[in-house]
Design a protein around this ligand. Structure first.
Ligand SMILES: NC(=O)C1=CN([C@@H]2O[C@H](COP(=O)(O)OP(=O)(O)OC[C@H]3O[C@@H](n4cnc5c(N)ncnc54)[C@H](O)[C@@H]3O)[C@@H](O)[C@H]2O)C=CC1
Ligand SMILES: O=C(O)[C@@H]1CCC=N1
Length: 265
């Protein structure tokens, strides 16, 4: 039995958000977790949350039941070269965008079991949207453990590997697009004279409330739009302005561009 239930190689923006959400929500206990990051700042952050930090990725892998690979795609080959042997017969959960199971397997060796995962940063506040890849060599028990951890910090969808790039384009990067939209809403209101803090507060709550309403009722997004849009009213003026700016095309093109980049990583 390994000392730690889960070990994180890399504890940056995304792994840090998963770990913080899981610790705050009680999905993981600090004593069950270890971290190894080449950055002392990242290790200090992890230590301040009460988890163990290790001196090497090999030590982390040897002492952990499951290992989260949480480095950038470009950092993955070097990171995996350093702990290939220690990962033998282990379960490796990769959050690395765009790197396929086949490429991961070639970098790790045949005896490491792999699960690809596309998380997103709202995991930090237990509102993540995580996509798990059903083309996995994890045991059923390991898949259940991974699902339980991510369900504890938000929602979980399973998709085949061929859809992992679009998952990256939609939910992986989505928080950035939503943040951009919120910033733009607030900027528009500031231009019309609303104080900045109130503009952010209203923009944020409007996005949260609209998403919650769609999730908790069976109202279709188009019907919600129609409910708000009075004939000859204010909202249709706003919608016309958005469509003049190519809003829907821009959003669809955004998902295409991000998904295509994920395929090329
Ligand atoms: N940031 C996001 O919103 C999301 C990121 N991802 C994926 O998560 C992965 C990590 O992304 P971020 O957290 O944004 O990057 P980041 O740069 O914030 O974190 C990466 C961490 O890995 C550490 N690191 C680099 N090389 C290492 C090595 N050889 N051994 C140990 N630690 C090492 C770095 O010091 C850093 O703390 C990426 O592959 C990305 O595609 C997936 C979904 C969303
Ligand atoms: O921008 C990136 O490459 C990563 C993957 C998904 C979100 N952030």
């Amino acid at each position: 039995m390994a000392k730690y239930k889960i070990g994180f190689i890399g504890c940056g923006n995304m792994s840090g958000a998963i770990l913080k959400g899981a610790l705050d929500g009680g999905v993981l206990k600090a004593a069950e977790v270890a971290v190894y990051d080449i950055s002392p700042v990242a290790n200090e952050k992890a230590a301040s949350w009460g988890v163990a930090t290790k001196d090497s990725s090999s030590a982390l892998c040897q002492e952990s039941e499951m290992v989260v690979l949480g480095v950038k795609p470009q950092q993955a080959p070097e990171m995996l070269a350093a702990c290939k042997e220690a990962l033998e017969d282990k379960a490796a959960l990769s959050i690395v965008a765009g790197i396929t199971v086949e490429r991961l397997q070639a970098m790790m060796g045949d005896n490491t079991r792999i699960l690809r995962v596309m998380p997103n940063t709202p995991a930090m506040v237990k509102e993540g949207a995580t996509v798990l890849c059903s083309d996995s060599t994890f045991t059923k028990q390991e898949q259940a453990l991974a699902e339980a951890i991510f369900k504890g910090i938000g929602s979980v969808e399973w998709v085949p590997e061929k859809l992992m790039d679009v998952a990256c384009g939609l939910s992986g990067g989505g928080p950035a697009y939503v943040a951009l939209f919120i910033e733009a809403l607030a900027d528009g209101a500031v231009k019309q004279g609303l104080p900045r803090a109130q503009a952010y507060s209203l923009a944020q709550q409007t996005c949260l409330g609209s998403a919650k309403m769609l999730m908790e009722t069976d109202i279709h997004p188009g019907a919600l739009k129609d409910m708000v849009t009075s004939p000859g009213g204010t909202t249709i003026e706003g919608i016309e302005a958005l469509e003049r700016g190519g809003f829907r095309f821009a959003v669809m093109d955004c998902i295409k561009a991000a998904s295509e980049k994920s395929k090329k990583l």
